[in-house]
Design a protein around this ligand. Sequence first.
Ligand code: NAD
Length: 338
Amino acid sequence: MSAQTITVIPGDGIGPEVTEATLAVLKAAGAALEFDERLGGVTALERLGNPLPDETLDSIRTNRIVLKGPLTTPSGTGFRSINVAIRKEFDLYANVRPVRTIVPGGRYEDIDLVLIRENTEGLYVGVEHYIGMEGDPRAAAESVMIVTRFGAERISRYAFEYARRHGRRKVTLAHKANILKYTQGLFLEAAEGVAKEYPDIQWEDRIIDATAMQLVLDPYRFDVLVMENMFGDILSDLMAGLVGGLGFAPAGNIGDQGAMFEAVHGSAPDIAGKGIANPTGLLLSACMLLDYVDQSDVAGRIRAAVDRVVRAGTARTVDLGGSATTREYTLALVAALG
Ligand code: NAD
């Protein structure tokens, strides 16, 4: 098999540490990948004066597949999220976040769910402004939620296709159409229409707040969940919590022309540079990337190694209550690959 070249953006904070660990495991597992490493985020701003340099964008345009470490986004002021910029630039409209139990003995056993979040519309389009003058006691700020029929149908169809491709039985749309009658009403109507094209997949719609409660009370009633951007952002973290937190949560941002894979966690500035970050989120994201480029056999071997090492408990990182460094955990994974 000829090697697939991918763009790798190590990112900020713990990004370079978890990226180094991930690439080491990919190489040890025999992944047929070439890595084109590029800068992005605060690191790129400091070194090249631009958080999303042209050379990084050009590399993504050429390779169309990206493995990305977390990028720091300064809150309130400063530049807008680079993650959002890349998703928009390449129209990566489906954010796919699987969660699966790896460590037994937690609150829930055998969780295996997938959340599919619309990635390009909703409140996160960034259409917001102030109303009134600075210092005016009546000043306000306003954000606009945008839902198009095209976007809602496209993400709903992606969810059903995903369910079919992965042998999953049910798709749940979580929405707030009872209150946001126009935007969420349109989303619901579009999804209902798409559901009719997939009679082989069970379909239901639920109010987002009730869905959040049901996910905690009885997550087993769900399978594939689909929703708009901000709801998906929040519920995917909740779902990561069902399986022990962000350390294990991978994500893929998929479009018709390309894909970007990244861990759900951020750049963890509190532990950056200490060599103790857990690289599993990025490594499992790399496994999604391997599935995407038809190297599922390699992905399967890496997932099995993660399960073996984490379950054995001998080389767990600090966030999992262990004392292993990133490097020790990585070496244990490489050894477990056999
Ligand atoms: P965070 O996920 O970086 O950290 C939250 C907590 O989880 C911290 O205590 C951190 O130490 C811990 N943690 C996170 N990942 C870990 C790992 N792999 N191993 C061990 N512990 C880990 O969230 P935050 O502090 O809210 O955000 C920090 C920065 O990251 C912000 O600038 C934010 O904008 C950015 N961020 C980026 C992305 C992304 O690039 N996709 C996602 C979320 C946040």
